[in-house]
Design a protein around this ligand. Structure first.
Ligand SMILES: Cc1ncc(C[n+]2csc(CCOP(=O)(O)OP(=O)(O)O)c2C)c(N)n1
Ligand SMILES: [Mg+2]
Length: 538
């Protein structure tokens, strides 16, 4: 055995089960060792795709994401996806070959690269320490929710490994019960509490619902945690730019907003405007630093959301709080975007993206997992397409990169094979990530890919258009995206009117043995309203 194989075996023994990557000489042996030890290897067509697939897989499965890449360009290609994962605190291990000879074409300072994007650089330095170092990388990723780059120097990889591959049992992290007396008092005093759950609360629905029930709180989430409270009559859906008018009104009406594993950033609070003057703000977060960033907390608790919520439910007195029969009725009647009237601006040649999305929401099975790319279009699927729960929505937007949506959908699909995967993309993001179209077909994923095609980098066109700037750099001639999809072996339909969605029904009632691309030519006269809001932050 060589060191590379020992590392692969050790990681498999830690629990690495699904591995994404592009294989070259520098990660060939470690990847094969993972496969030999029982892991599933998913070949991406671009390392950027591999990193994002692993990130999405980790988010939707709750298991660490594993990526393997070649040294140098294999790693630089993966960097945008690694950055997204690092910013999102996705538990992920990136295994990269490393050319330590300065003369090598592949040589770069890989550790510095990881540090630059917020990932944790580690390295396997010798045969003696290889297994312990691999295990440590996995445990830092899983236990501390970090994205770890484990560099595998080529000379160390090929050294003989004679020891056993024994993985010591992980020590149980001791969980101190947080001091939450001040928050208990704030909840007791609140007449109209609203809970906003973020990424750090995605595991804590039960505890938060119980505490909200006791304190009379209404429930909302950040975009990343969308779906967490689905089914609750007090669910306001997303807080922030995607919030319904009713959700925005009720959050503004709160006298206490509690961010649970949620930093209350500019997106979640519309630049702070959803938190009214005089409203108390509390936050519960594992990271002390999060308590003071963005909208700062008046009351901060450092701790795990589920544990803090469970402890509080035992001590706060029961009250009706914000929950009245009248509000329950309003939430039921007005609590979803679909209930908000709008004027359809379709003209036969182009479909209104709201009409498109509502039509798809009606047609697609409820058991779905929706992944979203970045751009002007992104609010339509995030607002008008419902999801079954927090593992039905995958939002890789911490780095605000265009082009991650398709790979996100692949990773999400593999995490939840029981759900219909839906990728919602702009034309720009689709063409940027198009390398993974072949992966979707090769893996046999029954995916629905919706492309909101405005023949433009719409976000930019709507940003600069109103100021009379020339837009030639951000607009494009029509491209036959359906033909591109068919060329890859997908089924494809072009939609310019609501009636064209009948072709989607036909696909849904068929064998679904090929993925479907919906090339929707969408209206483009106006930018979306949440984008206007977002531009205030640029
Ligand atoms: C990697 C990357 N490049 C550029 C940008 C700047 N940018 C933000 S939105 C956008 C346009 C995306 O176009 P498209 O996918 O067609 O969506 P649309 O805005 O048209 O709905 C661009 C270029 C970015 N966020 N990320
Ligand atoms: Mg576009």
């Amino acid at each position: 055995m060589i060191v590379a194989e020992a590392v692969g075996r050790a990681l498999a023994a830690c629990g690495a089960g699904t591995v994404f990557g592009v294989v070259g000489s520098g990660n060939f042996h470690v990847t094969n060792a993972l496969v030999a030890a029982g892991a599933r290897f998913v070949a991406a067509r671009h390392e950027g795709g591999a990193a994002t697939m692993a990130d999405a897989y980790a988010r939707m499965s709750g298991r660490p994401g594993i990526v393997t890449v070649h040294q140098g360009p294999g790693l630089t290609n993966a960097l945008t996806g690694i950055t997204e994962a690092a910013k999102s605190r996705t538990p992920m291990v990136v295994l990269a070959g490393e050319a330590t000879e300065a003369q090598s074409n592949f040589h770069i300072d890989q550790a510095a690269l990881a540090t630059a994007v917020g990932a944790v650089p580690m390295r396997v330095t010798s045969a003696d320490e290889a297994v312990a170092q691999a295990v440590r990388a996995y445990r830092v990723a899983a236990g501390e929710r970090r994205t770890v780059l484990l560099n595998l120097p080529l000379d160390v990889q090929s050294a003989p490994y004679t020891g056993a591959v024994e993985v010591p049992a992980a020590s149980q992290a001791s969980s101190a019960v947080a001091e939450a007396g001040e928050l208990a008092a704030a909840l007791e005093a609140a007449e109209r509490p609203v809970f906003i759950a973020g990424r750090g609360a995605r595991h804590a629905r039960r505890e938060l619902e119980a505490l909200a029930e006791r304190t009379g709180a209404l429930l909302a989430t950040s975009a990343v945690a969308r779906g967490l409270f689905r089914g609750s009559p007090w669910d306001l859906d997303v807080s922030g730019g995607f919030a319904t008018p009713l959700a925005a009104e009720l959050i503004r009406g709160a006298d206490l907003v509690v961010g649970w594993g949620c930093a209350l950033n500019m997106w979640t609070t519309r630049h702070g405007s959803l938190v009214s003057p005089g409203t108390r703000v509390a936050k519960v977060d594992l990271e002390p630093a999060a308590l003071k960033t963005h909208v700062p907390a008046d009351v901060g608790v450092v701790g795990d959301v589920a544990q803090v919520a469970a402890a509080l439910a035992g001590v706060v007195p029961a009250k009706a709080g914000y929950r009245t029969p009248e509000l329950a009725g309003r939430i039921q009647a007005e609590g979803r975007w679909r209930a908000v009237p709008y004027e359809d601006d379709g003209d036969g040649g182009r479909i209104d993206p709201r009409t498109l999305t509502i039509g798809l929401d009606d047609l697609l099975p409820a058991e779905r997992i929706v992944s979203i790319d970045s751009g002007n279009f992104m609010g339509y699927p995030s607002m008008f397409m419902d999801v079954p729960d927090e593992n039905g929505f995958c939002f890789t937007q911490a780095f605000q990169s265009v082009g991650l949506g398709l790979a996100t959908a692949v990773g999400a699909a593999l995490a939840r094979p029981d759900r219909l995967p839906v990728a919602a993309l702009g034309d720009g993001g689709f063409l940027m990530g198009v390398a993974e179209l072949e992966t979707v077909v090769r893996l046999g994923l029954p995916m629905v890919i919706v492309v909101y095609d405005d023949e433009a980098y719409g976000a930019e066109a709507h940003h600069f258009g109103p100021h009379d700037h020339p837009l030639g750099t951000v607009t494009f001639p029509p491209a036959d995206l359906a033909a591109i999809a068919r060329g890859h072996g997908l089924a494809a339909v072009t939609v310019t009117r609501r009636e064209d969605l009948a072709d989607v029904s036909t696909w849904l009632s068929g064998p679904r043995d090929r993925p479907l691309l919906i090339h929707a030519k969408v209206t483009r006269d106006r930018g979306s309203w949440w984008l206007e809001e977002a531009f205030k932050g640029h």
